[in-house]
Ligand binder design. Structure first.
Ligand code: CO8
Length: 260
């Protein structure tokens, strides 16, 4: 089905609004990731589109990250297809020529955080109940090197090192202090602010901005492109381990039990 992500392009401003709408938590399933990549590709190839604002149509959650059920008890073929889709999404988003602004209107753990980190600018709703971070270590798994690279490029090595080892989920005010997000605004002002930031970035000539973006991001993008098949093999061998499967199952059970 083609309806997990709403995309609306405003031809007059050249800005597309992309809203994640995959209840209950916008988890990044194979289907979601495929739709996400196709949507990005379509906008990228549309000359009328210069920027995209990414947000969630669900209350309180931006994205819960990779769909854990895609990594539990599936075949090696499935893991391969899933991981290729995760890579594809990131290569398209991190490498996009468009201006990308994340309007983070809810919690954004792990893969959700990666989506926000891959944009050019992050605005978060100033609600301390919303948190963001690469919490993989808390699940007993390890963030892939390109998640780490993306994180380091935003917050620097020391903050990334501590946050990754602890698997920290940072409440919005702390995320701002660490530079993990660029600014906080009251939730009702989030879209207005995102549009204003977008207009500021779009005021520059595209070619100069795009070449500058490429200069800043190319090394990290090239590293995954060069090691893509190894990265898939690594994911498969990691996720196939019984100890990792057990950690993921326990984490899913914890999520269910936590519900009252
Ligand atoms: N994948 C699959 N299902 C999920 C996920 C997820 N990531 N997150 C939540 N769900 C499910 C819950 O199990 C629950 O299911 P059910 O209704 O059947 O019980 C349903 O979605 C609703 O979840 P909650 O009741 O928890 O909803 P809340 O509004 O209370 O909380 C949160 C929302 C904050 C998003 C919370 O669900 C949460 O913290 N989720 C886990 C987020 C997380 O830790 N994600 C990490 C995923 S791993 C990843 O993205 C990178 C992995 C890199 C790979 C490394 C190599 C192995």
């Amino acid at each position: 089905s083609n309806n997990k992500i709403q995309v609306e392009l405003d031809e007059s401003s050249g800005v597309a609004m992309m809203k994640f709408k995959s209840p209950p938590v916008n988890s990044l399933s194979l289907e979601f990731l495929t739709e996400f990549s196709i949507s990005l590709e379509k906008l990228e190839n549309n000359k009328a589109c210069r920027g995209v604002i990414i947000t969630s149509a669900l209350p309180k959650i931006f994205s819960s990250g990779l769909d854990i059920t895609e990594m539990c008890g599936k075949s090696l073929e499935h893991y391969t297809e899933f991981w290729r889709a995760v890579q594809e999404m990131w290569l398209r988003l991190y490498g996009s020529n468009m201006v990308t602004v994340a309007a983070v209107n809810g919690s954004s753990p792990a893969g959700g955080c990666l989506v926000a980190l891959s944009c050019d600018y992050r605005i978060m709703a100033e609600n301390p109940k919303f948190s963001i971070g690469l919490n993989e270590a808390q699940l007993g798994i390890v963030a892939p090197f390109w998640f780490k690279d993306t994180f380091v490029n935003v917050v620097g090595h020391r903050i990334a090192e501590r946050s990754l080892q602890l698997g920290s989920l940072h409440p919005a005010p702390e995320a701002l202090k660490l530079g993990l997000v660029d600014e906080l605004v009251p939730e009702e002002k989030l879209m207005e602010k995102a549009a204003a930031v977008m207009a500021q970035w779009l005021a520059l000539p595209d070619h100069a901005r795009q070449l500058t973006k490429t200069m800043m991001r190319k090394a990290v993008l090239d590293r995954l492109v060069a090691h893509r098949e190894d990265d898939i093999k690594n994911f498969i061998s990691f996720v196939s381990k019984e100890s990792i499967q057990k950690s993921l199952r326990m984490y899913m059970e914890m999520l269910k039990k936590r519900k009252s």
